[in-house]
Design a protein around this ligand. Structure first.
Ligand code: VOV
Length: 249
């Protein structure tokens, strides 16, 4: 009988996308806008302190398509902290203009038996610790989408043997390794937390690499046979000192 693979789990993740209410933003005075920006910059400074202390990580992206205007990604030790962050954003003056569009809640996960490093105790490895509590790279672009594994009678991921899943994920990992230095990934598990089963967050200097890796992986058996994809959301990194410029009219 197929058995579950034990996972090691790290920081909790919140992907929070917002539409920006430009119409209302234009209707307030420049002074009010400046105050709102300054207040939000203070909030960002608090998140930066958390990141410097390696107690969490955050990044903000300018969304390219019309699914949202901004995508915030937060990684924290607890779900309480993630909820507090959301509340702090909503209570801020700028929060009045940040209309919720979509969110995704998940927890960073790795499977215990790394197909690529079989035999090692992954929990002790500093590499694994860093992957479970990663500081997000401040690369120019990010792409997020949720995924699930298929459960059709002829292709049921949850019914096949563990060894087969290990083999398929090993092949997947080999494809991923070709993109070392070009694409960084954070895999979060969302079973029991959100609608899909995994969240995939990719970072790249060149967005073309998202298209290349996702296309190449479509030919890996684990994807061809067992993957279902949700909506993709792509954004360009917004550095904290760019916020005022982004909001300038
Ligand atoms: C940047 C490249 C890259 C690399 C190196 C990489 C490697 C690995 C390894 C070694 C492992 C398995 C063990 C573990 O550590 O958990 C995974 C796991 C996973 N991946 Fe991946 N992946 C990448 C990239 C990468 C992409 C681009 C995608 C989405 C496209 C696709 O078509 O799926 C993806 C998906 C996943 C998922 C959904 C899981 C969880 C699967 C599950 O069913 O449990 N992933 N991934």
């Amino acid at each position: 009988m197929a058995e579950a693979v034990v996972t090691v789990d790290g920081w909790s993740a919140l992907h929070d996308t917002r539409q920006f209410d430009w119409t209302s933003w234009k209707s307030i005075s420049e002074d009010e806008r400046n105050k709102a920006i300054q207040e939000f910059e203070e909030l960002i400074k608090q998140w930066e302190t958390v990141e410097e202390n390696k107690e969490g990580s955050h990044s903000i992206f300018k969304v390219v398509g019309n699914k949202a205007d901004l995508m915030f990604i937060f990684l924290r030790e607890t779900m309480d902290e993630l909820e507090e962050i959301k509340r702090a954003i909503n209570k801020s003056v700028l929060g009045d203009f940040l209309i919720p569009a979509y969110s995704y809640v998940s927890i960073i996960e790795m499977t215990m038996h790394d197909p690529m490093k079989a035999g090692e105790d992954r929990e002790l490895s500093p590499y694994v610790k860093e992957r479970l509590r990663p500081i997000m790279p401040k690369w120019e672009h990010a792409c997020f989408y949720p995924m699930a594994r298929r459960r059709e009678p002829e292709a049921n991921w949850f019914a096949i043997e563990k060894e087969e899943r290990t083999k398929l994920l090993y092949e997947h990992g080999m494809t991923g390794r070709k993109y070392a230095g070009k694409v960084k990934e954070i895999i979060t598990g969302s079973i029991g937390l959100d609608e899909w089963e995994w969240g995939v967050t990719l970072f790249a200097h060149d967005p073309l690499q998202f298209k290349k890796i996702v296309y190449e992986m479509r030919f890996d058996e684990v994807t061809t046979k067992y993957a279902e994809f949700g909506d993709f959301i792509m954004g360009n990194y917004l550095a904290p000192d760019e916020l005022a410029n982004y909001l300038a009219l």
